[in-house]
Design a binder for this molecule. Sequence first.
Ligand SMILES: [Zn+2]
Length: 307
Amino acid sequence: MSYILGIDIGGTFLKGEVLKDGSPVSGSETPTDLSDLAGCVEAFAEKLAMGCGARFSEISGVGIGCPGVIDDGTGTVVRAANLGLENYPLRAELEKRLGLPVKIGNDANCAALGEAAFGAGKDVKNSILVTLGTGVGGGIVIDGKLFTGNRGAGAEIGHMVIEKDGEKCTCGRRGCLEAYCSASALTRATREAMENDTSSAMWRTYTHSDCDGRTAFEYMDSDPSAKRVVDTYINRLACGLVNLANIFRPQVILIGGGVSAQGTRLTAPLQRIVDGEMFAAEYAPVEIRCASLGNRAGALGAAALFL
Ligand SMILES: [Zn+2]
C-alpha cells in the first residue's frame, strides 16, 4: 500500500487530500494557524494519515500547494503576502518535522495539475487551467507535467496583456487579463453599467454593494446593459484564451473559479470565438471546458506532484 498526502495552504483553511495507490480516497480541512504554519501543517498531515489508517512508513510523500511566489526547485516560499511569509524554507522545515519527502508548488499551478490528473483534463496530456476569481490565475500542464518556468515564477496567465495601455493591474502593468477578467473586474464593470443606465433591470434590482460577478449573467437575456457587460467580458477573456491556445496548443483549456459556475453561458461563446480566431483551429482544435474539482483541485494537484 502506498499513500500520498496533498495539502493546499490557504489564508483561512488548509485543505487536504489523500491518495491511496494513486487514487483519491479521502479529504478534509482545518483552520489555518498563521502564527505557526509549519506546526499547523504538520499536525494536519498526521490527522490526514490517521484518518485513512495510513502508517507514516506507507506514505511516499507530502505535496504542498502554497499561494504566492514559490521556488519549486528549492522549496522556498519566496513571498506570500497573505501568509506573512518571505524567503521561508517551508519544504526543509516540513521534511524535518515529518521525516517524509515534501514537494511544494504554487497553489494555482497545483490546481492545474489536480484538474489534469483527476478532473476535467484527465483524458488529455496537455491542458491549461484559467481560474477566474478575485484575480486571474492558472497553470500550464504539458505532457502531463507542470510548466512553471525559471525558479517557478512563470505561468502567470493573469498578467498577459490583452489591451495595451489599458486598465491598471495589481502587478503594476496596464491592460492585463486579470484587470478585465477577474470576478472583481466583472463586478466593477457591472456596477459601471448600472450607473450608466438607470433604466436597466440591474439598477432596479441591485444596489452598488450587492451586485457581484453573477449579476450581469443573471440579467443578460432581459437587460441590454447586462448583455453588453457579459459580451465585453467574454470577448476579452477569449482574447487571452486564443493567445494561450496559439502559444501552447493544449487539447483543452479549463475554466475554474467562481465565474465558471456560469457553465455553458460562458464556455459556448468562448468556444465560438476561439474556434473562429485561433491559428489552425480545425487542424488542432482546443476544447473549452469548465473545471470539475472546485476547491479540491489544489490539494489533489499538490499530491499529484508525487505521481
Ligand atoms: Zn498584471
